[in-house]
Ligand binder design. Structure first.
Ligand SMILES: O=C(O)CCC(=O)C(=O)O
Ligand SMILES: [Fe+2]
Length: 290
């Protein structure tokens, strides 16, 4: 079913209460009127000069350290979040996306059980985000949607939100929420603070799958070759986080997961070319603006 997303204005007197309530419940929230950045200074030239670091290039974004306060400040509630004991942070806790109009980011959820806080700086984006309670079919072992390029949401099958972000809007995206993102403006710049909860959330099928996959990655290390990132740095914290995630997963559950992933391989092979081409576009289009 298509569902309305919770929304709140950053200036609303109840903002903090609503933000932390949705955070605890891992419920998406769309915040309006974030004013911690200077869009005039964040031109494509500035972004490329400051964030185009090949060592920090990833699948379709650049990782970034917390940027200069005067250009891109970290909102106070994000500063509080980054200091919490129950979340793990990474050395470079931001991701920078800047894509041309017409770009489509293929449906995926973020690895490392990331909780994202993505603010639109320039342009606008259309987000279609799907509840981990009704997940899209997923590529074996990974976190990319196993669907064709022209995939359209089926209201009967999936619970999802479909909305736009304009400059100053921030989408708070809890772990395991699939997202397909369309760039609608001429130049579309957004930045995402990412963190990983220290305790796994196993209330959804995707949350349960993730801990089983983490167990597989911990036990059969060759599986890690499939991943773009380093398992030793899972969620930024590595081993302690891995231990917390796999605590409740026994060997029978791990083997059942392995079989489920193997059985998904034939469907993947049918769609592999389409998915690969969309994934390549995600990489190719980042920072591909004039
Ligand atoms: O903005 C986009 O196109 C993709 C954003 C994304 O995947 C993310 O924030 O995790
Ligand atoms: Fe993402």
């Amino acid at each position: 079913m298509k569902l309305a997303i919770d929304e709140v204005d950053y200036k609303d007197e109840n903002f903090e209460r609503i933000f932390w309530k949705n955070f605890e419940l891992q419920k998406p929230l769309l915040i309006h009127n974030i004013d911690s950045f200077d869009a005039k200074k964040l031109t494509p030239e500035f972004v490329k000069a400051n964030f185009l670091n090949e060592d920090k290039r990833s699948a379709g974004w650049f990782d970034a350290d917390l940027p200069q306060e005067d250009v891109m400040g970290t909102p106070d509630f994000i500063q509080k979040l980054l200091k919490r004991d129950d979340i793990a942070t990474r050395e470079s806790p931001m991701r920078v996306f800047m894509q041309p109009g017409g770009h489509r980011t293929l449906p995926h959820y973020d690895g490392n059980s990331l909780y994202g806080f993505n603010v639109q700086i320039t342009g606008k984006k259309r987000w279609i985000i799907t509840s981990p309670m009704t997940p899209l079919p997923t590529m074996p072992f990974l976190f990319v949607g196993m669907v064709p390029t022209d995939f359209e949401m089926d209201e009967q099958q999936y619970d999802f939100h479909d909305f736009e972000t304009h400059p100053g809007d921030m989408i708070c995206l809890p772990p395991y929420w699939y997202h397909e993102v369309h760039s609608l403006g001429e130049i579309n710049l957004n930045m995402n603070w990412v963190v990983t909860p220290r305790e796994p959330n196993q209330t959804s099928p995707l949350g349960r799958r993730e801990v089983e996959i983490v167990k597989l990655r911990d036990s059969l290390s060759f599986i890690n070759k499939l991943y773009p990132d380093d398992f030793n740095h899972y969620g930024g914290a590595g081993k302690p986080l891995v231990q917390a995630y796999i605590r409740g997963v026994g060997v029978p559950r791990m083997i059942t997961r392995l079989l489920k992933e193997i059985f998904a391989i034939p469907r993947f092979l049918i769609l592999a070319r389409q998915i690969k081409s969309s994934a390549n576009n995600f990489s190719k289009n980042n920072f591909n603006v004039n």
